[in-house]
Design a protein around this ligand. Structure first.
Ligand code: SAM
Length: 231
């Protein structure tokens, strides 16, 4: 399903209701739109999943894949047809397709989908691994619960869903937090969002998933890692 800036439900919640123009994409604006650190963060997420057991024959779903900052590395590593990416922003998916073509990865046949409700049925696949880098950091709880609930339907038994978040020291932490390294300021009810691990565990439980804290994984802006699996 394609979305527009007018109908994109993230408008007013995070920056990703805005569609980039073709000119923006020609000028590589998409790389900064997803947070920059293009090579470093792309490599970091692929290395992390490999350490967690990702093999070329596994099927991987990247929820909030954006313009394939990590996706390019995953597509390169996985066997053809095993990378699946979903995002709400069609201009970022378009930019990702251009990036994949420039990187000579078109033959690896990535499956890319634009959807604004985390609906995965269209892929017609279940997944060994799922990943969301810098997605929950931009989402209110309701959206995270929707995301986890839809992911649960397509996560294989024994499969793992890894997602990053900005950690708060307690639940309902209403004050701002400044994270180091990186200096990012997060909020309870404004993008970028912070959550306690207990809040994440509760969201997971509502979605039929179990949460495990991994914590620090060398993210340059202090995003922490959590893992979710089928209960
Ligand atoms: C900071 S970017 C990270 C993209 C990618 N994971 C990476 O590491 O480059 C956040 C991504 O989440 C996507 N996003 C935000 N809200 C979303 C939603 N409700 N559904 C799906 N994707 C969403 C944005 O469009 C954007 O591509």
């Amino acid at each position: 399903m394609m979305t527009t800036a007018q109908t994109n439900p993230m408008t007013g919640i995070n920056a990703y209701g805005k569609e980039l123009t073709n000119e923006d994409i020609d000028n590589n604006i998409h790389r900064n739109f997803v947070g920059g650190l293009w090579e470093e963060l792309g490599q970091l997420q692929c290395d992390f999943l490999k350490k967690q057991g990702l093999q070329p024959a596994h099927r991987l779903l990247d929820i909030g894949c954006g313009c394939l900052r990590g996706g390019l590395h995953f597509i390169n590593y996985l066997e053809a047809g095993n990378y699946y990416g979903l995002d709400i922003n069609s201009s970022l998916i378009q930019a990702g397709l251009i990036e994949a073509e420039k990187a000579g990865l078109k033959d690896k046949r990535p499956h890319l989908l634009v959807n604004d409700k985390f609906k995965l049925d269209q892929f017609g696949a279940d997944f060994d691994f799922m990943v969301s880098i810098s997605l929950f950091t931009h989402l209110p709880m309701n959206n995270i619960i929707r995301c986890l609930s839809e992911a649960r339907k397509h996560l294989k038994p024994g499969g793992s869903y890894f997602a990053t978040f900005f950690a708060a020291p307690t639940s309902a932490y209403l004050d701002k937090l400044r994270h180091q390294p990186g200096g990012i300021v997060t909020h309870y009810d404004l993008d970028p969002f912070h959550y306690s691990f207990e809040e994440l565990s509760w969201m997971a439980a509502l979605s039929g998933l179990e949460a495990r804290l991994i914590g620090d994984w060398n993210h340059p802006r202090d995003q922490q890692m959590a893992a979710f699996s089928v209960r």
